[in-house]
Design a protein around this ligand. Structure first.
Ligand SMILES: [Zn+2]
Length: 167
């Protein structure tokens, strides 16, 4: 798993500040929220918010250690880059399922669209209900050939499957 990929995902989840925090964790190995605040200049509340978010995706983990002098628990945070791979894989799987659902829907329906332009297409059953008039503007409906849509979906599914097999 490349490092740039890791930071790219972290950026998507929490923006520039999350990347700052993750870089700091990488540098320090493990760090407290205070350490991170001091080193990055990101305020403590924001640091916490971002850490909890990254933890919910298993990209960071925390452990508590009892301080010998004060007896207080100290929380340390660290990066967990190895979890990224499974995160990306499960996201791809979800996307694939959505695409396959959409493909099945497109394949099993006949579509109509409004001659007036961008009102969108509707399935045959709906078109019957509205007596082949556009539900949005009342214009007449014409048959819509979804072959191109099917081709795009099939291509995307193929690409994604190949990608997942390579990994
Ligand atoms: Zn219309």
């Amino acid at each position: 798993m490349s490092e740039s990929r890791l930071f790219e995902v972290i950026f998507k989840l929490g923006g520039e500040e999350a990347v700052k925090i993750a870089r700091q964790l990488k540098k320090m190995g493990r760090a407290t929220e205070d350490d991170i605040t001091k080193a990055t200049g990101v305020n403590l509340n924001e640091v916490r918010k971002i850490l909890f978010k990254l933890r919910s995706f298993s990209l960071v983990s925390s452990e508590s250690v009892q301080d010998k002098n004060s007896g207080w628990l100290i929380y340390y945070w660290m990066l967990q880059p190895d979890r990224l791979e499974s995160l990306i894989r499960s996201q791809k799987k979800r996307v694939l399922e959505k695409l396959e659902e959409k493909l099945a829907y497109e394949k099993s329906h006949d579509f109509y669209r409004c001659v007036n332009g961008p009102c969108g297409k509707i399935a045959f059953e709906e078109a019957v209900e509205s007596f082949f008039r556009c539900p949005k503007c009342g214009g007449p409906l014409e048959h819509f050939d979804n072959t191109a849509v099917l081709e795009v979906l099939e291509r995307e599914i193929r690409k994604l499957k190949e990608e997942m097999e390579r990994e």
